[in-house]
Design a protein around this ligand. Structure first.
Ligand code: NAD
Length: 376
């Protein structure tokens, strides 16, 4: 049972899919680990750190040869998988909707591509959920980015030279990233308010000491929403939300948007006209910029200035905290594979009728088998 750990080749990707800790744990389960040379370097893990835990270090070609399971952070280019054996598992975040053609290529290679971002949001899979572990860090970093670009301070300060007022910070979308953004902005001393379409988040916002700002005239999504997911809202709701945002946003210094709808473009929450009502020097961070953006004019990976307001388009935020994000990502993969470890087979076995298998398996026996992809 050989597990290969690939070096990430995508531009700007600093994370790695195994840590010395998870390498040690996999070896304790009976696997052998082959890590591509330099795979952990950009995440502050040296080759020798893996070697000390019992892994071998080699070229990509050599680690892929005879590997039963291949771990990666982002879906590797199929051309870079030359020599991978049929039936091997590829476990990574595969961006299945965005890289649909790539999924076909994985099928052609005869491998089982397992998309970790399709992990069902069920209690037993919480520790395997890469979206949660990475979004949490993104939420934290989005506030630090905002603070770094803000020409003022977050906390109220009473000094001998006079008083500086606290920044007003508005978080839109209160999932995993939004909750962490609220907590981080509060710790920095900002006055925080937040909104979401799912009613259950109201109490969560309050429990973190922030003020909920909700559409009251049209009903949103009851409770948590199905599986914790939002859906596209009715036109009536969108109109009421736009009015609410217009009245609130003009008084805000910092806005962080995190709203996502699975399998769809991110909902547009802030228009150019609304940005124009904000005070010069305000900062907006759009964490959904890579999924189409919540904010008009946001560009992933760029800081755009509109009407004197800086709009930061997030681009792979977790990569900017590669040491911690890799450690958590690696644990997600270990928690998944070890949960399905079969003592007799001495490898993980995924039952065909298991909810997790059905959720994450994209390809099998040369075919695309995932319902979410086939339904599109
Ligand atoms: P997400 O990344 O899909 O979306 C982020 C937030 O944006 C969500 O709260 C969503 O309701 C909100 N949103 C969508 N459209 C919006 C709009 N038009 N206006 C305002 N807000 C909008 O969500 P997420 O962070 O992955 O998680 C959402 C929920 O799922 C959370 O309650 C979380 O606890 C739960 N969850 C459970 C598990 C598990 O049990 N394994 C794993 C992950 C998340």
């Amino acid at each position: 049972m050989k597990i290969a750990v690939l070096k990430e080749l995508a531009e700007g990707e600093k994370r790695v899919s195994a840590s010395p800790e998870t390498v040690k744990k996999f070896i304790a389960l009976g696997a052998s680990l082959a890590v591509e040379k330099g795979a952990g370097e950009s995440a502050s893990v040296a080759d020798k750190d893996y070697q000390e835990m019992g892994a071998t270090i080699d070229t990509r070609q050599a680690v892929l040869k005879d590997a039963d399971i291949v771990l990666a952070v982002q879906g590797p280019d199929p051309l870079s998988l030359k020599g991978i054996k049929k039936g091997a598992w590829l476990v990574a975040s595969l961006n299945p909707f965005g890289e649909r053609k790539r999924v076909d290529e994985y099928a052609k290679l005869g491998i089982d591509a397992l998309a970790m971002e399709f992990m069902p949001r069920i209690t037993r899979a919480q520790s395997m959920d890469i979206l949660s572990s990475q979004s949490n860090l993104s939420g934290y970093k989005s506030v630090l980015e905002a603070a770094a670009h803000y020409g003022r301070v977050f906390p109220m300060m009473m000094t001998a030279a006079g008083t500086v007022s606290a920044a007003r910070c508005f978080i839109m979308g209160v999932g995993v990233a939004g909750l962490q953004a609220i907590a981080t902005a509060r710790r920095l001393g900002a006055q925080v308010s937040a909104t979401d379409v799912r009613a259950a988040t109201k109490e969560q916002i309050q429990s973190l000491g922030a003020k909920p700002i909700f559409v009251e005239s049209v009903e949103g999504i009851e409770g948590e929403g199905t599986g914790g997911y939002a859906t596209e809202m009715s036109e009536e709701y969108q109109k009421a939300q736009a009015e609410l945002v217009s009245s609130h946003i003009a008084k805000q210094d910092i806005v962080i948007t995190t709203a996502l709808i699975p399998g769809r473009a991110a909902p547009r929450l802030i228009s150019d006209a609304q940005i124009a009502t904000m005070r010069t020097g305000s900062v907006i961070v759009d964490l959904a910029a890579e999924q189409g953006g919540n904010v008009e004019g946001a560009v992933a990976g760029k800081v755009v200035v509109k009407h004197g307001v800086k709009i930061i388009g997030a681009n792979n935020m977790p990569s900017s905290m590669a040491a911690d994000s890799s450690a958590l990502f690696s644990r997600n993969l270990y928690n998944f594979l070890s949960a399905y470890w079969d003592e007799e087979a001495k490898r993980p076995v995924l039952p065909d009728d298991d909810e997790v298998t059905i959720g994450i398996r994209l390809t099998k026996d040369g075919k695309v088998v995932n319902e979410r992809l086939l339904a599109k």
